[in-house]
Every structure is written in C-alpha cells, then in structure tokens.
Design a protein around this ligand. Structure first.
Ligand code: GDP
Ligand code: IMO
Ligand code: MG
Length: 420
C-alpha cells in the first residue's frame, strides 16, 4: 500500500485541516510530518469550531489513529493545552494518538531566541509566529536538539539545562528582556503529559501499517511557498513543506508515495512578511479579507489577500508531483463583478511565466479577467449546480495546471464540500 500526502500549495492556511477532517474516514491513519505549533488547522462540524496546532486533523474521527511524525517540532505547553481543549470536547486521545520519539522539542528558550531574532531584524523581520520554530530546527540540524524520546532519560533535566544555558548565552548577543520561569514550569508539566502517550518509532509503525494494507494520509503544515528550500526565502518557515518532507518527516521511501493531494484557495493569502506578487492592497483585498474571515488561526493577524497566482500554483504542482487538486473558499468569491487570475509576471519589463529566484524583486502580475457570479454558493452540494461562471474559472485553472480538481469546498463546515 502507498501513503497519500495532503499539503498546501500556497502560503499556508489553504484549508488543509478542514479537508483532512473530511477525508479522514477514508483512512486508518492520519500523520503530521513537519512544522509545529506555527500551524493552525481549523475544523468545523456540528456547531464545533476547533483549531489544531500540533495534533493531526483526524482526531475527531474515533476509528482513526493519529501520529505526530519525526519531522514535527513539539512545544509541550501548547501540546498540553491542545489535549486539554480536546478533553473538554470529550475526545480522549491517550488511545489513538502516537508520537515519534524522534520528534524534536521546542524549549522555552527557543521561543525567546525566535522573538529576540525577529526583534533584532526590525523591518526585515520574517513575521514568524514566534513559536520557536526556526531556533528548534536550527538545533536539530546543528545536532544539539532534545527529542521526545529523551524525556524518559534519567539525565533529561541535565540535557535540558545544558541546552538552555547555551541559549541564555546566545540571547546575551541580543538586547532582549525575557523571563523563562513561568513558561518553564508549564513546559515540564507538558512533558509529563507527553509521557502519557504512546511514544513510538513512527518509521517502523508507518511502514508496518503500509505492509498491512492500511490507508495512511500524511497531513502537511504551512504551504509550498513557505518551504525552506523552494519558498520565498528568507520569508519562509524552517522545514520542507513539500511532498519530499513527508518522506523525511515520516520515514517513508519516495516509491511509497501514492496520491499527492494539493489544496489551494480560490484566491491567495499570506500572513507575515515577504513577497506576494498578486497582493491587493485596495478595496478588493479588503473584501476578500472580510468575506473570507482572513485572520490567522494561530496568531489572529490579518492575512494579506490577493488573486490566484497561476505561475506559483504550477510551481507548487511541479515540486510536489500533485496528482489531484482540491479548491477551498470558493464561496468567498461570490459577489465580485470580475475575478482575476495572474497568468504571467513582468520582471524588469520582461514577461515570464514562472516563479523566478528573484521573487523578492518587484514582480508585476499580468492578470486575466473572468466574469464573476452573484449567487451564494455555500449551500450548493453538487458540481453541476455551481454557477457557470465559477465552473469556467475552475476549468481554466485545470487546463492550465493540468491536474484534475476533485473537490470544491464552499464553506468552513465539514458538510460544505462538493466531491466531483
Ligand atoms: P489550514 O491551516 O490550511 O488548515 O487553514 P486554516 O484553518 O488556518 O484557515 C482556513 C480558514 O478557512 C479556516 O477558518 C477554515 O474554517 C476556513 N475554511 C476552510 N474551507 C473553507 C471554505 O471552503 N469556505 C470558507 N468560507 N471558509 C473555509
Ligand atoms: P498552517 O499549517 C500560514 C508563516 C509565518 C511567517 C513564516 C515563518 O496553518 O497553514 P515561523 O513561525 O514558521 O517561523 O513563521 O511562515 N507561517 C504560516 N503562515 N499558515 C501557517 O501554517 C504558517 N506557519 C508559518 O506567518 O511568515
Ligand atoms: Mg492555518
């Protein structure tokens, strides 16, 4: 059996959480493979609206096993909070949530380093979620990190102190006031919560499941354009968000990857700094933000909004080997007289049809216009009943990107989903 991968094709917040929750009943296992609590994945059903940060989006499906893979970074404080919030909804995960022993821990001092580094950058800041993601992955590649499997080591506290003291020396390089104590206390409480879960060697477990013909969906966080190698560097996150990240973040060989499901919004958003060629800093952008409730699920920051960017989408499809597309937030486009799509960019006066290395230089989008539609589509339940103007828009995207659109999401709720 092969493992399917679901990931975001833009700058994150494409609606991955919603779609994983919708698809979860088809799978035995849902597994996160990278990122950490910088992610905020929103699920809505039966009047419940819930945001997950570290925990995979299969948790509301009783039969599903959820695995936090080795590529993920975990903050025990946030993890503990997530567990408590789920307990309030009567979701007990001690039975069906497993955590890789190889996943790295975000220390309280990683958060401080993240904040100090951002402050020192001033105007050139990344716009990080300040969850300590960058410093934690730096310690992972620098071979200094602490891992989940270390928590049962009798010398865990010494290892913690050693790394924290090193961080304290580093923080002295910045002019930054901080207080670790309160967070630290909660952090160790979180470690005790982590110990209650089944800590596994997820690479063995996942490959065993595949050999048993079990169906696994790997859930990506962030989006392709935030990938550490291929995103709009340096305005990116610190992990490989692309499909290859599922191989390294779970211990699955490339020839074990099956379907690659690419999620994209019917327009674009970005939160944090960095280039965004189709950004609308006008009334249209404001309308998208308002109609789409575009505020970050993790930080509450307003998301920047713009038209769909085809060269960027094609780039993402190429990098991930996307086999099927799913489009979200289609309902948000209702009411616009015209809808625009970027087909090319102008870079230094020259027209190009690909996302270049020079993405940080001003790229002027060349836009193609489509006729909009007025009707509310949020209650439509079949592809055939969608407005012709919207179908034309989707058919154009499909033709350009050359990958079929298999699902259209017309609202945040589980039920507002059209399979094609
Ligand atoms: P993720 O990080 O990719 O899981 O996405 P987020 O949860 O951060 O952001 C997506 C937001 O859009 C959430 O508030 C979802 O509830 C909401 N959402 C998802 N799909 C749709 C949709 O089709 N229409 C509308 N209006 N909202 C949606
Ligand atoms: P989900 O999984 C949107 C952005 C931050 C910042 C940059 C680096 O919900 O789609 P980091 O905290 O990783 O150092 O931030 O990446 N970012 C996201 N934007 N959705 C996310 O996750 C994001 N995770 C990080 O805003 O610009
Ligand atoms: Mg999100």
């Amino acid at each position: 059996m092969k493992l399917d991968v679901l990931l975001g094709l833009q700058w994150g917040d494409e609606g991955k959480g919603k779609i994983v929750d919708v698809l979860a009943p088809k799978y035995n296992v849902i597994s996160r493979f990278q990122g950490g609590p910088n992610a905020g994945h929103t699920l809505e059903f039966s009047k419940i609206k819930h945001v997950l940060h570290t925990i995979p989006s299969g948790v509301f499906r009783e039969e599903t096993v959820n695995i936090i893979g080795n590529g993920v970074v975990i903050d025990p404080v946030i993890f503990k909070q997530e567990i408590e919030d789920l307990e309030e909804l009567n979701v007990d995960l001690t039975r069906n949530l497993y955590i890789s022993k190889r996943a790295h821990l975000i220390l309280p001092s990683h958060r401080i380093l993240d904040a100090a580094s951002e402050k020192a950058k001033g105007k050139t800041k990344i716009g990080s979620t300040l969850k300590g993601i960058g410093p934690t992955y730096m310690d992972k590649t620098g071979r200094n990190g602490l891992r989940v499997g270390d928590v049962i080591n009798p010398e865990f506290k010494e290892k913690y102190d050693f790394l924290t003291n090193k961080h304290k020396d580093l923080i002295k390089l910045y002019d930054f006031d901080y207080n670790l104590e309160e967070y630290e206390e909660n952090w160790f409480k979180g470690i005790e919560i982590i110990k209650k879960f089944k800590l596994i060697e997820s690479e063995h477990e996942i490959n065993k499941y595949l050999n048993e013909e079990k169906l696994i969906l790997a859930e990506g966080a962030q989006g392709t354009l935030l990938d550490i190698d291929f995103g709009s560097y340096p305005f990116v996150t610190s992990s490989n968000t692309i499909c290859a990240g599922a191989c390294t973040g779970l211990g699955v060989a490339p020839n074990k990857i099956g379907n690659v499901i690419g999620i994209f919004k019917a327009y674009c958003t970005r939160v944090g700094s960095g280039p965004f060629p189709t950004e609308l800093e006008n009334e249209e952008g404001e309308t998208l933000r308002k109609q789409g409730h575009e505020f970050g699920a993790t930080t509450g920051r307003p998301r920047r909004c713009g038209w769909l960017d085809l060269p960027a989408l094609k780039y993402s499809v190429m990098l991930n080997g996307v086999t099927e597309l799913m489009v979200t937030k289609a309902d948000v486009l209702s009411g616009f007289d015209t809808i625009k799509v970027c087909t090319h960019y102008k870079l230094n006066g020259k027209e190009i049809d690909y996302l270049p290395f020079e993405i940080n230089e001003p790229l002027e989008p060349v836009l193609k216009e489509f006729k909009g539609w007025k009707e509310d589509i949020s209650k439509i339940d079949s592809f055939g009943n969608l407005p012709q103007e919207f179908k034309d828009y989707l058919l154009y995207i499909e033709e350009e990107v050359k990958v079929p659109i298999k699902l259209v999401s017309v609202g945040p709720n589980r039920d507002q989903t059209i399979f094609r």
